[in-house]
Design a protein around this ligand. Sequence first.
Ligand code: BDR
Ligand code: CA
Length: 318
Amino acid sequence: MSLIPLILDCDPGVDDAVALALAFGARDRLNLLGVTTTAGNVALNNTTRNACLIRQVAGREDVPVHAGLAKPLTREPILADDFHGPEGLGHFPASEPRVGPAASDAIGFLIQTIEAASPNTVSLAVTGPMTNIATLIQTAPETARRLRQIVVMGGARREGGNITASAEYNIYADPEAADIVFKSGCELVVFGLDATHQVRGTQAWVEAIGALKTPMASLAADMLAFSNALPANLVDTSEPDQPATGAPLHDPCVIAYLLAPEAFQLRPCRIEVETQSTLTRGHTAVEFRPAVAGAFNAKWVSQADPHAVLSLLLRYLA
Ligand code: BDR
Ligand code: CA
């Protein structure tokens, strides 16, 4: 089986860190060309440092990390450090990584790497606000359309929202960027909360991952336990029993999809983003009816198999 060429754009973040761990571990399936970072859960210098730290624990310093944009396109950053800890990796102590980020920036790296590959081969996974990707599309639209697909964690339909009642965090943090991506004509697969709330890091999962005893698995188990210990009213008011059900594993779903697409069900749809209202900022309007939608612009993940995601984590964190 040939390797899937992949770039991962992220804002680690505990669940981004588990997604990184999965992507670093799956070396028999993924050709991870690079990691790009964005401001999001914590500030850019911390998301970049965290990506380098996870890379170090995974022993994958062969993969370059490139820092991206420090602010959303037009708005001030909205951090989610109450969900991820002040440094972004739960209780993991912040330290300087052995190897830092590459000298060149994320946008230049994206353009160069996508241009160097054959059209329709490179996949882009996006697990944070879409600031870097929107900038790529604005700077080099034809380059962006050479991507095979962009697999995104962001948005919500049935599940409402998590940062506000009507918006999911990644879209809320930079709605203008998401709007540009959804209008880009690129091939899009979108993991909203409707899918990621089906994949939860239960106590049994945390124990199974921790029992692997590799440095990466132990760190992942600690981070999942950190998320499970968050106050339920902070995580999701509709899930009062958070420690029992487990926190959602949003970002690892994106990497799991690349490794096992058969574990997910997709529906063609049209997604539009609210950029004007204050009340519903970042809301994703997801329409499945062709007659109402007009042209579809994305595939929405409607069903996820949580056991498939766990199996991948157990396999690749071992
Ligand atoms: C998304 O928001 C972030 O806090 C997580 O890392 C994930 O990407 C979930 O809404
Ligand atoms: Ca994230």
